[in-house]
Design a protein around this ligand. Structure first.
Ligand code: ATP
Ligand code: MG
Length: 444
């Protein structure tokens, strides 16, 4: 009788949220290894904070009248106790909350970094997703422009380490001044936009008295003319703020890093002051910002902490991987050193023991695993060995094992198949480890 069990419909991931599977995941790991090495070189320590935070943290931290808080947050009520919670849309607010909560700067400033998953309810497109990942860097407790420059240059070093030509990226900077300077600018902006109230769209009219600065960020073509004519923040930025930006620029000049001062550069969170910057590329269409950051000296107080100067940046990992693809950088190919081919189940105990011995001396070993239907013939095992990217196949054939041997076949760059006494396997592995990637060592 036929099976009458109905076939269940397959489920799909939430729109704008991606799975990362092999071989793509190898590119992520390669990128993450470069990031980890970078952080060690600059003395940044790892931090991890929760994905879920009280909604109030972001409303207070990022600002009530920002795109993120107004329309991009995944917020919900905890069904158990009614708490208002949000999936973090960025990393900085949570890290600052943690620093205040644990009095983590008690012994002095800290430089920290985190790899975070973040959520924003945006229209999904290439390079723009609803769940995405960032590398986030924060220097907490340093007021000097040298640290702003350090962070900008960290990003440059990473780009270089990844093999991205610096000609394919550009750096833009601006100074947002200090709060009092911004207030004076704000008053002038409101006066300007009020004088042209008839030409404002709904978004702009709503923000006129709450966050007129965001009107400058409007992408509505009908408003470009009055946006262009608006008073510039740079006219209100005082000498001390200018000196801070000049010092950042001097550091960039010292290492020959070109930049453009963009007086229109504002960022999507309210917490920034003084330096803001973005690393951009023309290779990714409208999603051209790969890294953005700046100073946020007021955020600690805003979140109930002591006054603490701070500066940080966030880099979109998905965008960086797209950029790598766009400029043709291929990560080092992934593959184990050895693929163990086991023609018959009787050889399994010996093969498993040999594979463990190889792993113990540091080789990457992939052993053929039993499939659903069968163990798999020699031909299909060799096919899998090839597809795995392994440098060598070890063949645990019955004849060889009877003689206390195993066959070794180089899978890359030619070379003959040979046999090796099982007792010699650790010595052979040590030789293999000493070979540069892709080289073919002697079998015995
Ligand atoms: P954009 O102007 O492209 O919306 P943003 O200013 O909102 O970027 P930040 O909040 O500064 O971005 O986040 C830092 C980085 O995170 C960005 O430079 C970008 O690389 C990446 N990023 C931002 N939003 C997304 C998204 N929806 N999907 C993927 N990556 C993103
Ligand atoms: Mg955005």
């Amino acid at each position: 009788m036929a099976d009458s069990k109905p076939k269940l419909a397959a489920l799909q991931a939430v729109k704008g949220m991606n799975d990362v599977l092999p071989p793509e995941s190898a590119r992520w790991e390669w990128f993450e290894a470069k990031v980890r090495a970078l952080m060690a070189r600059y003395g940044y320590q790892n931090v991890r904070t929760p994905v879920v935070e009280p909604t109030a943290l972001f409303v207070r931290g990022i600002g009530e009248v920002t795109d993120i808080v107004e329309k991009e947050m995944y917020s919900f009520e905890d069904t158990m106790n009614g708490d208002k919670l949000t999936l973090r849309p960025e990393a900085t607010a949570g890290i600052v909350r943690a620093m205040i909560e644990h009095n983590a700067l008690y012994n002095g400033p800290l430089r920290v970094w985190s790899e975070v998953v973040v959520f924003r309810h945006e229209r999904p497109q290439k390079g723009r997703y609803r769940q995405f990942h960032q590398i986030d860097v924060e220097a907490l407790g340093h007021a000097g422009p040298d640290v702003d420059a350090e962070q900008i240059l960290m990003c440059r070093t990473l780009l270089k380490d990844l093999g991205i030509p610096l000609a394919d990226v550009r750096l833009e900077l601006n100074s947002l001044g200090q709060p009092a300077e911004r207030m004076a600018h704000r008053a002038a902006l409101i006066a300007h936009f009020e004088a042209h109230a008839d030409r404002l769209d709904d978004d702009a009219r709503r923000r006129l008295h709450t966050n007129p600065l965001r009107i400058l960020d409007s992408k509505n073509p009908a408003m470009q003319a009055i946006v262009e004519a608006a008073p510039k923040l740079s006219e209100f930025v005082g000498a001390a703020s200018k000196a801070h930006l000049d010092a950042v620029c001097a550091a960039l000049d010292a290492v020959g890093q070109p930049y453009r001062i963009n007086p229109r550069l504002v960022r999507g969170m309210d917490y920034y002051n003084l330096t803001v910057f973005e690393w951009m590329t023309d290779k990714l269409g409208a999603q051209g910002t790969v890294c953005g950051g700046g100073r946020y000296d007021g955020l600690f107080e805003q979140l109930g902490g002591k006054p603490t100067p701070a500066v940080g940046w966030g880099m979109g990992i998905e965008r960086m991987l797209l950029l790598l693809e766009a400029v043709g950088v291929e990560p080092v190919p992934f593959g184990p050193d050895v693929y163990a081919i086991v023609p018959a189940a009787e050889a399994l105990p010996t093969a498993i023991a040999a594979c463990e011995a190889l792993r113990e001396v540091g080789l990457d070993v992939l052993m053929h695993g039993a499939g659903a239907e069968s163990w798999g013939g020699m031909k299909s095992q060799f096919k899998r060995a090839d597809a795995s990217g392994a440098r060598h196949a070890l063949i645990f054939g019955a004849d060889e094992l009877a003689r206390g041997e195993v066959a070794v076949k180089p899978l890359r760059g030619g070379g003959e198949q040979r046999t090796l006494p099982l007792t010699d396997i650790a010595r052979w592995a040590a030789e293999l480890r000493a070979q540069p990637e892709g080289a073919v060592p002697a079998a015995a």
